[in-house]
Each structure stands twice: as structure tokens, then as C-alpha cells.
Design a protein around this ligand. Structure first.
Ligand code: PRP
Ligand code: URA
Length: 212
């Protein structure tokens, strides 16, 4: 894969440890859900290194001081349904008051093309930093369509976070949306003939919600 300026692959030992358990087919639904949430929280911290801070005056027990805070109301979370829902709590751990929009998409199993079936976004989202989240970035079709939908609504500051990325999908998103930083906690080898990521973790939605 090419070196893209807007792609960030996490190389944190704790993330590696958690991903190893996540991939294991014997990991059950509860632990899988918890791991997705924990990894998302670590990724959220890492992806906010460039955040704009606002000065605030704080009274310590000893004196008055100027300190810096993240304006919480400036963040929104948008999961791509269904599997993206599993990442919402992970971002909420860092930004508890962030509003949540939803974009519903599923991949047609034959064509692998994304089909949008739902879109409801909070008012004023165009002025917020938007975390678009989905655990799996495979062909990149779903992420690209979701990013198009957010940009149509006027969003200018979007970060896309996926737990596992395939080189095919990462390249597609990085090239179609060079203004969007793409964060993946790990970059896998390739897609198989059915569009599944290898080595991957299987179907994230099914593993989160026990549908298979
Ligand atoms: C999965 C995943 C992504 C999409 C990635 O969703 O959660 O949204 O596939 O594939 P792509 O990069 O090739 O578009 P899926 O369509 O299985 O729907 P689900 O979340 O409802 O299970
Ligand atoms: N969606 C998933 O849930 N898993 C994959 O490997 C690819 C797309």
C-alpha cells in the first residue's frame, strides 16, 4: 500500500494485545463487545492529539490559573450501522455529551456495494468534529458513501476510525477523501473473494450482536 499522509495506523502494544483476543473465534459476544469499546477509547485519545483547546480560568485551592479544555459540545459521533454502534460507547467514554447521528448501511452480498437505508444526524453537526466509526474497513465502499453523506450535510472536520482496515479499503478512502484522517488500529493483509478481511475477525456485526 502507498504511504498516505491522511492514514494513521496505531502501533500500540495494548491495542495489539486486545486485537489478538478480538480476532480469536472462541472470544464470546460479551468480551468481543467490551474489547471493541476499549480499543475505540484508546484510539479516540490518540486521534485527538491535534484538537483545538479553549482557555478556561480555574480556581485551584491556592490561586487562579488559566488552563485548557476540549470544548465537549464540539464533538459528534456517527456510527455506520450496525457494527459501528459497538464503537459509540468507546468515544462516549472520552466525550460523554457528544451527540450521536446514525447512518444505516449494509453491503449487498453479491455486488459488495453499500446500500444506504437510514440517515439521521444531529442539528448543527456541520460545525462539529465528527467521529465516523465502523470497526471494519473492507472495500471502503460503506465508509466512502458515509463520508459523502456527511459532507453533503456540510461537515468539514471529519475523522474516520476503524478497528481493522484492509489495504484496498484504506487506499480507497484515503484517495477519495484526502482531507479526512483515517485511523485504523491495525492494517490487515488483504480481502478474500467474498470481500472479507484476512486475517480479520469475521463479521463484526454478527459477533457484536450474536446474529449468527
Ligand atoms: C460491514 C462493516 C462495514 C462494511 C465494510 O457491515 O461493519 O460497514 O461491512 O465493508 P466495505 O468496506 O466493503 O463497505 P455490513 O454490511 O456487514 O453490515 P452490518 O454492520 O449491519 O453487519
Ligand atoms: N465486514 C465485516 O464485518 N467483516 C469483514 O471482514 C468485512 C466486512
Amino acid at each position: 500500500m502507498k504511504n498516505y499522509k491522511n492514514v494513521f495506523v496505531f502501533d500500540h502494544p495494548l491495542i495489539k494485545h486486545k486485537i489478538a483476543i478480538l480476532r480469536d473465534k472462541s472470544t464470546g459476544m460479551k468480551e468481543f463487545r467490551e474489547l471493541i469499546e476499549e480499543i475505540t477509547t484508546i484510539m479516540t485519545y490518540e486521534s485527538m492529539r491535534d484538537v483545538q483547546l479553549t482557555p478556561v480560568t480555574v480556581e485551584t485551592p491556592l490561586e487562579t490559573t488559566v488552563q485548557y479544555k476540549v470544548p465537549e459540545e464540539s464533538v459528534a459521533i456517527v456510527p455506520i450501522l450496525r457494527a459501528g454502534l459497538g464503537m459509540v460507547n468507546g468515544v462516549h467514554k472520552v466525550f460523554p455529551t457528544a451527540r450521536v447521528g446514525h447512518i444505516g448501511m449494509y453491503r449487498d452480498e453479491q455486488t459488495l456495494e453499500p446500500q444506504e437505508y437510514y440517515c439521521k444526524l444531529p442539528e448543527g453537526i456541520e460545525n462539529k468534529t465528527v467521529f465516523l466509526v465502523d470497526p471494519m474497513l473492507a472495500t471502503g465502499g460503506s465508509a466512502c458513501d458515509a463520508l459523502d453523506a456527511l459532507k453533503k450535510r456540510g461537515c468539514k472536520n471529519i475523522k474516520f476510525m476503524a478497528i481493522i482496515g484492509a489495504p484496498e479499503g484504506v487506499s480507497k478512502v484515503a484517495e477519495a477523501h484526502p482531507d479526512v484522517p483515517v485511523y485504523v488500529s491495525t492494517l490487515d493483509r488483504q480481502l478474500n473473494e467474498n470481500g472479507y478481511i484476512l486475517p480479520g475477525l469475521g463479521d463484526a456485526g454478527d459477533r457484536l450482536y450474536g446474529t449468527k
